[in-house]
Each structure stands twice: as structure tokens, then as C-alpha cells.
Write a protein that binds this ligand. Structure first.
Ligand code: ADP
Ligand code: MG
Length: 554
């Protein structure tokens, strides 16, 4: 007896649907794409309970003939493709004829539709493998598809769904992103009987961008129009965020290829490479790119939900995206520079003998640091920042020391603000060190560092100054430092300077972009941002005049 047998049709249907219909948003995608293929001018998506209870998509497209209605719901039935040769020339979003069948396999499907010449429409209901007979039904021209009880018969799928509001958010963001590609059509999203948003046809494109990216973020978008000669047979347009406007992930890098909203690894890297020197490490620009290619240059039949495509000439498309973005950013930078040159001339720079100038304390230039952007970490020791007029090198350790010192001093003057360590740190000291420590325990406590004796020459650090608890406090180093500090300094200052020095980031420590930005920002708000508590400079500035001299321009 063999062990292989044929699967029953219900199981086959559910397996096939599993690839296409993963969650409510997949249903919305299939239905809205059908409406677009049907030439609809207005598409209204209504949801109940984030789509878990009901998804309804109503369009004013050309509708489905009554005779086709029951067929449309069957697997592998489509009006968009006849023969395999035509696969090369797909101009519609759908073509596999499995959207409605997949939905019917996992939900209760109800379609009402009418075509323009008919006086009355028709209705069909389908569920699992059962498809009802089409019956006459009044209907405006167009199609209304209702999908209820999603995954009622596939409980395991239900378990993978998130909360109704999370599923709603997915649908809302997919639909609004998708609508960017179809500005000449109206899209409406309703939830629990209320309009959530409306994107009117032929509205202002910037307005749609504002709805997708947020009004403020959309203002920074640069149009790609007219940038750089294209290397592709086709058209490329879109909007990308200006340097300095970015996000922690790539989610808002939207890409349309021939009207399909996609994720494409190739084009995501083209995007990154277009930004090369403009984007910060770990930050990602956002925007939307529309690429229109000849149909036979794009194979949409490589992914179950068609959310990626195969490009016939990927490297050309990559180059076109990269160059267009780079050209747009360069043009933008040139304009900005022209706008800024007046200001550059107005900045008074201070010069050291060396090519790098130390910033004068309290000078005008310092306030300009506010516009500085952190660019990168150099040698795990310095933070390179810059704006349109100058580069700034910040010594991460010296800067952090200054910040720590000022906050420790401030804390000691007010109520000490310390943070208990989750796990107290035990340290063993030598005789000399423990003498120094015993003499300064009280001052340290005022500065936020709480240390308790814990046996012979053994101590327990129970709390560190607020905000520095995450870093291991180097108590032994601190005590050595404290004994070497010039004695003429105020003992409080000495303790705090050493405390600051040993509770902060060291040279050689990798900082992420967020940490660097915070460091530079906090440094700027220090009373004396120019020097660490030991008097070393915290930053040097390289202005246009110094750069010009380095290149022997003056
Ligand atoms: P596909 O979109 O791949 O053709 P579907 O199962 O999604 O497959 O749809 C099957 C067919 O039903 C379509 O080819 C189309 O003829 C018809 N259809 C589906 N939705 C609509 C709609 N909203 N308006 C007009 N026709 C539709
Ligand atoms: Mg379809």
C-alpha cells in the first residue's frame, strides 16, 4: 500500500490561499488592485474591527457580467490573461486569477456587480469550495465585494493576527501608500462606519504626500523631476527626502514599478547608494519613486503576493535610481550653498597656528553649532559633525566629561540625583586607594555616587550619578586619578572632575548615531562647552577659510 494520496479540494484551496491571503491587509490589496484593474475612479474601503469582521471594497469600475460572476470566484479564472506568451506583457496588477478564489477559501465572500449597459446587476456568494448561483440584484455600475469572517475556518491563521487596531493600521498605511501611485483616483478609508481619510482625485500631490509621510516630513521632499539623464528605457520620477531628513528604518522608502507598490532589495540599495555621502550611518532617507518600464522588462510573476518583481535590466534601473537621487541631492546642496554663502562670510573664525581652529569660548560660532549634524564617528574617539559652513570634531570623552561634570555639580548643589544600580558593583581596593576613598565618600555621595564599605578594603557601588548608571564605573581608576589631581584645586571640583571622567564614555568606545547626537546636543547646552573639566578642548572647528588654505586656495 502506498502512502501518497491526492488532497481534497478544500485543503488545496486553503493551501493556495495561504500564500496570498495572510492577513486583512492582503484581502484589501487583492480587492483594491482588482478595482484599479477595472478602471475605477473611486474606491471606497470600509472595515469593521480592523478588517477581522468585515472588509468591503466598493468601486465604480466596469463591473463583472452576470454570466462571469460565479466563474470569477473559481481558482485560475481571469479576464486579464489568455496564454502563457502574454505573461511577458502584463499591464494589469492581477493576472493569476486566484485573488477572489483565495479569499473565498478562507472567508465568506459576497460580490454584487453591474456593468454599464445592464439595467440590473447580479450577486454571488462563495465560501470555502461552495460558490452559489448568480442572482439578479440591484446595483450601481461597478463592483462591491464584501469579505466577512476572515479565517473563520482557519483558526491557526487567526492566531497570527495582531490586534484589530494593528491590523487596521497596516491596511491604512498600505492603502495610503498605494494611493500615491494613483493620484487621478479617489480613495476613501472607513472604519466602523466613519470616514478615516479621503484622498480626492486630482488633489494636490503634495497633500497626498503629506498624508503618507506626515505634513512636516513631506515638506522636505525634493522632486526628482528633471534630475540627471536617465539610463533606462522608461520613466523615473518621485520625491526623496532632503539630507538631514531621515528615519531609523527603510519602511517609508516607497517604490512603484509599473504601478505596483513593491519591496525590492536591488532598488533599496540603489536608494542608499544615491545618498552615499548625504545620509547618516544608521539613518534612512524616505520618499517615493515611480518607475515605469516597458511591460516586458518587468516580470511580476516571481512572488506569491507580487510584492517583488524581476527586472530584465536590473543594473540599468539601479544606475538610473542612484544617479537621479544623487543628481537631485547635488543640485539641492548647491542651492543651499548659494543661500548660505552670505552667512559664511559673516562668521568670525578664530585661528590656531595649526590648520584647525579652536572655537573661542562663548563666541558667535558656538551658537551656530545648533545647526550641526552628526556625520560619523572617527577612530571610535571623535565625533565628526558638520553643517553647510564647517566641520566640527568633538572629542567624545572630553565632551562627555564636561556634560557629566556639569550635571554632577548641578546635582550636588540641588538634591543629589543618583540612580541605584540594579546589581551593586563590588570592588576591591588597595590600601592607598581605600584611604583616598574613605576621605571622599561624603563628597561623592553629594555628587550622586553612593559607595558603601563591604568588608575589608572591599566596597559596594550602589548608585551612580543619574544618567551614567549604564556604564561601568571605574572606581580604581577614579581613585588613582583623584590622588594625582593637582591639590590646589577645590576638593569638590577635584572629586567631581574625576567622577565625571570615570563615569563616562571612553575613547575607543563605539557610539551609535543617537548617542552621538545626544552628546553633541548636550554639550552645546553646557555652561562651558569648550573644555573638559581637566581643561582639554572638547571640540575643534574646521571652517571654510582653513579648508581653503589646506587646498592652497588662499
Ligand atoms: P485576477 O485579478 O488575477 O484576474 P481575481 O481572482 O482577483 O483574479 O479576479 C478574477 C476576475 O474577476 C478578474 O480577472 C476580473 O475579470 C474580475 N474582477 C474581480 N474584481 C473585479 C472588480 N472589482 N471589477 C471588475 N472585475 C473584477
Ligand atoms: Mg485580482
Amino acid at each position: 500500500m502506498g502512502t501518497i494520496h491526492e488532497l481534497d479540494p478544500v485543503t488545496i484551496g486553503q493551501i493556495a490561499a495561504g500564500e496570498v491571503i495572510e492577513r486583512p491587509a492582503s484581502v484589501v490589496k487583492e480587492l483594491v488592485e482588482n478595482s484599479v484593474d477595472a478602471g475605477a475612479r473611486r474606491i471606497v474601503v470600509s472595515l469593521e474591527c480592523g478588517g477581522l469582521d468585515l472588509i468591503e471594497v466598493v468601486d465604480d469600475g466596469f463591473g463583472i457580467a452576470p454570466a462571469d460572476l460565479a466563474l470569477a470566484v473559481r481558482p485560475h479564472t481571469t479576464s486579464k490573461l489568455r496564454t502563457a506568451d502574454e505573461l511577458e506583457w502584463i499591464a494589469t496588477l492581477g493576472f493569476r486569477g486566484e485573488g477572489l478564489a483565495s479569499i473565498a477559501a478562507v472567508a465568506r465572500l459576497d460580490i454584487v456587480s453591474r456593468q454599464a449597459p445592464d439595467s440590473i446587476g447580479a450577486r454571488v456568494r462563495a465560501h470555502a469550495q461552495e460558490v452559489g448561483e448568480a442572482e439578479p440584484s440591484p446595483s450601481p455600475v461597478g463592483t462591491a465585494v464584501r469579505v466577512a469572517a476572515l479565517f473563520e475556518n482557519v483558526p491557526v491563521r487567526r492566531e497570527f493576527l495582531r490586534s484589530p487596531s494593528a491590523e487596521f493600521n497596516r491596511i491604512s498605511s498600505w492603502l495610503s501608500n498605494f494611493a500615491l501611485g494613483y493620484p487621478e483616483r479617489t480613495f476613501v478609508l472607513r472604519h466602523e462606519g466613519k470616514d478615516v481619510w479621503v484622498m480626492p482625485a486630482a488633489g494636490d500631490e503634495r497633500e497626498r504626500l503629506g498624508m503618507v509621510f506626515g505634513a512636516k516630513a513631506a515638506q522636505s521632499l525634493l522632486s526628482l523631476d528633471g534630475a540627471g539623464a536617465s539610463t533606462i528605457e522608461g520613466r523615473l520620477r518621485g520625491f526623496v527626502s532632503a539630507p538631514g531628513f531621515d528615519r531609523p528604518d527603510r519602511r517609508m522608502q516607497l517604490l512603484f514599478v509599473n504601478g505596483r507598490l513593491l519591496r525590492s532589495a536591488v532598488l533599496a540599495s540603489a536608494w542608499t547608494s544615491g545618498y552615499a555621502t548625504f545620509a547618516m550611518i544608521g539613518r534612512h532617507p524616505y520618499g517615493v519613486i515611480f518607475i515605469d518600464l516597458p511591460a516586458h522588462h518587468v516580470d511580476p510573476n516571481v512572488h506569491p503576493t507580487k510584492s517583488d518583481v524581476r527586472l530584465r535590466y536590473p543594473s540599468q534601473v539601479f544606475e538610473a535610481v542612484r544617479r537621479t537621487i544623487a543628481a537631485t541631492l547635488n543640485d539641492h546642496a548647491k542651492e543651499r550653498f548659494r543661500d548660505q554663502t552670505g552667512t559664511v562670510a559673516g562668521v568670525e573664525l578664530s585661528f590656531a597656528p595649526s590648520e584647525l581652529a579652536l572655537l573661542k569660548e562663548g563666541s558667535e560660532e558656538l551658537r551656530r553649532v545648533g545647526a550641526m549634524r552628526v556625520l560619523m564617528q572617527v577612530d571610535r574617539t571623535y565625533i565628526l559633525a558638520g553643517d553647510e559652513t564647517a566641520l566640527l570634531l568633538v572629542d567624545q570623552h572630553a565632551a562627555h566629561e564636561r556634560i557629566a561634570y556639569e550635571s554632577i555639580a548641578a546635582a550636588a548643589d540641588a538634591t543629589p540625583s543618583s540612580e541605584p544600580l540594579l546589581v551593586p558593583q563590588i570592588v576591591e581596593l588597595d590600601a592607598e586607594q581605600s584611604v583616598v576613598l574613605d576621605g571622599s565618600l561624603e563628597l561623592l555621595r553629594k555628587g550622586g555616587l553612593e559607595i558603601e564599605p563591604f568588608g575589608e578594603r572591599t566596597y559596594r557601588i550602589v548608585a551612580t550619578p543619574f544618567g551614567y548608571g549604564a556604564r561601568t564605573f571605574d572606581l580604581a581608576g577614579f581613585l588613582d586619578d583623584l590622588s594625582n589631581e593637582p591639590k590646589q584645586r577645590d576638593v569638590r571640583e577635584r572629586v567631581w572632575a574625576s567622577l565625571a571622567c570615570h563615569s563616562v564614555t571612553t575613547a575607543g568606545e563605539r557610539l551609535d548615531y543617537g548617542e552621538m547626537t545626544t552628546l553633541v546636543e548636550r554639550l552645546q547646552s553646557c555652561e562651558n562647552p569648550m573644555h573638559c573639566p581637566h581643561g582639554r578642548p572638547t571640540m575643534v572647528r574646521l571652517g571654510p577659510d582653513q579648508v581653503a588654505r589646506m587646498f592652497k586656495r588662499v
